[in-house]
Structures are given as C-alpha cells and as structure tokens.
Design a protein around this ligand. Structure first.
Ligand code: TRP
Length: 450
C-alpha cells in the first residue's frame, strides 16, 4: 500500500530517539527558560512538571495509539479510524494549520542559531560586555535581510533533509549529536552554578516556588509549554506513532521521551538562571533571554569561543531535528492524502511557511509596531499555538479517543494486542476520559478570562 511506503522505525530505541529528537529542541533550551522567567520562576516549573506527568504523558500515549492503529498521517488517521464520521478529519486539519503556524515562528529562532554560529566563530561575541551582547542581538534581529536569509536557509536545509527521507540521515545524526548536546549542557551547568553571587539566587529563582505566582496565566503558559515541548496536541506524535513498531511499548516509549525532554529543559534552566542573576539581567526579558545571557556565560569560561561555536551548532541541530518533525507532519499528510511526491510536498510546504514566517521575522524589526492584543506577530503566533491551539487540539484528541473510539480498541493498541499487560490501563483511561478533558476546559476558560 502506498501509504505504508518507507514507514517504520527499525527499533524501539530508534523510535524513542527520533521522537525525542523531534521533541527536544528550541522549546527546551530557548522557550522553556524564557517562559519560566516571565511566568513566576519556580512556581512555573512546579506546574509544568505536574502537567507533563498528569496530561503530557497520557496525551503522548494517546497520539501514539491513534497513529499506530491507523498507520497514517494526522489527517488520514482520523479518516481511517472514523470512516463514518468524516467530521473528525477536521481535527487532523486543525493539526496541519497548527504545524504551519508553529513552523513559521519556530524557523525564525532556528535561523538565529545560524547567525550565532557565525558570530561566535568570528569571535564577535567574545570579550563583549553584557550590554553590548544585548545590543548585538537587537541590531541583528531588527534588521530584515540577514534574519530573513537565516530563516530561509534553515527552511531550505530542513526541506532538503525531509525530501531525502528522514530515517537514515537524521536519525543517525541525532543519535550521536543529541548526547553531545546533553554533555555540553552539563558542562555549562557547572560553569553557571559556580559564577558566584548570582548563582544561588538563580537556582532559587528556578527551584523555589513562590505559590503566590501560580496565577491563571502562569498555569496556562505552563500547560502550553509542556505541550509545545513534548510536541503534543496537534498530531505530531500521531505521525511518529504510525512509524513505531507494533511490538514496542507505547507507555514506556512515552515516559522515556518525557523524561529526556524535561531533563534537557531543566538543565537549560540551570545554565541560564544563575547566569541571569550573576550578570544582573532580567529573567523576564522574553524571547531574547537565551541569546543575550549565554554569550556572557561563554565569555566567562576558558575556551569560551570554542564552547560557544559548538553550543550554537548543537542548538541548531536540535532545532533541525524539530523542524524536520514539523515539516514531516505536513509532508506525510500531503503525500498520503493528496498523493503529491515527497519532493513537491516539501517544496510547496516550505515556501508557504517562508511566506508566513517572514512576517514573524519582520515583527522584530520593520513590523515591530504592528501589534494585535499587545503582541507582535511573532509573539502572537508563539502564544496562540502553545497556549490555545495545542490545548484545544488536545481536548479534541482526548474526546475522540476517550469517548468515540471503542474502549476495547484503545486497550488492544496499548497492550499490543494483549501481548503485554497494560497494568495501568484503567488509570490511563480514566485520565483520558475525565481528568484531561475537564482540566483542559477549566484551564482554557480561566486562562482566557483571567
Ligand atoms: N517540541 C519541539 C521543541 O521543543 C518543537 C516541535 C517540534 C513541535 N515539532 C512540533 C512543537 C510539533 C509542536 C508540535 O523544540
């Protein structure tokens, strides 16, 4: 069957690494610290971890169940699993729209990594004062030509990899490079927590929850961040689920991915916040946080230039494995549903994303004053997708799987046709049917109202 061409990871570890590669990305190293910094520090972390455990893992399992059962992309999965009620396909189409929007603003920040690799390699960040480092960032992002070039380059790179088929190249690359990124983050943690005075303050900002900071918007942002970081709520994991072998355990796979993903985010926090306080910067400075804090950390390390180049290179690669997963959602759908060639699908989708994404890039410069609800286009895309669209998508997914699909089918898929004991099935099913949807509705309403 055409839809099954080229389908299938060859091992469980391959599936875990590929999905974790898609999950671990700028969301962990760039978005997590900046969201935490602007939304109450330790309180945010606590709520975030709570959501990963309560909703994140069950939801990831649910997407895997849908994807593996249907053996299809995000749109096709609903078509196959619900042949009589075509309306469910809208959930898949919703996911596609979401993927376009996320990819549009994600590629902006991914492009920044390219610029920072060049800046770091040219020694242009070395020896600069914190103020000057901040200036370099705003000079760069306020331009039009270079940020657009970088974004274009990143989209092209992603497009090429996806065109060639993901499995061989990128899986191998991420298997080696993701652990390297992890080790590098560990090294940087050591440097950051030994920065002296500010370090302690930074760690307590990160780990000591101030419960008064748990507001409606803190909760909504933490929920959104957990979804964004785990790539759930819009069908990315449906696409990946369709590649997972029938004998792999979906629960274990999900837990592994969640653990890797959260660990990287927390490590990034341990690198960023001690440095933020040591260099007297503002933890709530927004999307630029990582890009204005890290160069100062490198400047205070022996061999900082080398570390900086390697770090931004790896961050770029982490971003690439994620942009690949974003484009793969779109391409898999276009190939299987519209019968386009992989090449055509990659090309057309990338061009569309560039056209939308250019507005996001320019919203740091020429379009800075074009705001909607007090947010620039970039901020709007970032916030709307993570805080609203992904939770809404998640809600529809839980209703589909928990209330529409027969329970026996869900259990059959999760237990690999009864081959393994899905011991916690009843608990999972309870969360899927009641806890997750009710929590999502409450959070969405309080987030919107408050
Ligand atoms: N989770 C990725 C990150 O943290 C980003 C990402 C990749 C994503 N694919 C996605 C987010 C699909 C939402 C949906 O960087």
């Amino acid at each position: 069957m055409e839809a099954n061409n080229n389908r299938g990871f060859t091992s469980n570890i391959g599936a875990i690494l590929a999905a974790a590669g898609g999950a671990v990305g700028l969301g962990n190293v760039w978005r997590f610290p900046y969201m935490l910094g602007s939304n109450g520090g330790g309180a945010f972390l606590l709520v975030y971890v709570f959501f990963v455990l309560l909703i994140g893992i069950p939801l990831m399992m649910s997407e895997f169940i849908i994807g593996r059962r249907a053996q299809r992309n995000v749109v096709g999965a609903f078509r196959v699993l619900s042949p009589k009620h075509k309306g469910w396909m809208l959930v898949g189409i919703f996911g596609i729209v979401c993927a376009f929007l996320i990819y549009a603003f994600y590629s902006v920040v991914a492009g920044w990594t390219l610029n920072y690799i060049v800046l770091a390699a040219g020694g242009r960040l070395a020896g600069q004062t914190p103020d000057r480092v901040t200036q370099i960032f705003s000079d760069f992002t306020q331009g039009s030509f270079w940020p657009l070039c970088n974004q274009f380059l990143f989209l092209a790179l992603t497009g090429l990899v996806v065109m060639m088929g993901v499995q061989k190249g990128i899986e191998k690359v991420s298997k080696i490079l993701m652990p390297v990124l992890f080790i590098l983050l560990l090294l940087m943690c050591v440097r950051s927590v030994t920065l002296g005075a500010g370090a302690k303050e930074g760690l307590s900002f990160l780990f000591k929850p101030d419960f008064s900071k748990i507001t409606g918007s803190c909760i909504l942002s933490a929920l959104g961040q957990s979804f964004f970081s785990m790539s759930i709520g819009m069908g990315a994991m449906i696409t990946y689920g369709s590649y997972i072998r029938k004998e792999d355990k979906l629960f274990n796979t999900s837990v592994w991915i969640a653990v890797c993903d959260s660990l990287v985010a927390i490590l990034a926090g341990i690198v960023i916040f001690p440095a933020v306080f040591a260099f007297s910067m503002d933890p709530a400075s927004g999307p630029e946080l990582v890009y204005i804090v890290l160069p100062n950390v490198f400047n205070s390390m022996p061999g900082g230039v080398v570390f900086a180049v390697v770090f931004f290179l790896l961050l770029g690669i982490a971003a690439l494995t994620s942009t690949i997963s974003l484009l793969e959602i779109l391409v898999a759908a276009a190939v299987e549903e519209l019968h386009w060639t992989r090449r055509r699908a990659s090309l057309v989708c990338s061009i569309v994303v560039f056209v939308i994404g250019a507005f996001c890039t320019l919203s740091f410069g020429p379009l800075k004053n074009m705001t909607i609800f007090d947010s620039t286009i970039f901020e709007l895309f970032d916030k709307i997708t993570a805080s609203y669209l992904m939770p809404i998508g998640a809600l529809m997914l839980t209703i589909f799987l928990g209330w529409f699909m027969p329970k026996a089918e869900v259990k059959d898929e999760l237990s690999n046709g009864g081959a393994i004991k899905a011991r916690a099935f009843e608990l999972y099913y309870f969360v899927l049917r009641y806890v997750a949807p009710i929590a999502l509705v409450i959070i969405l309403i309080t987030g919107i109202v408050g």
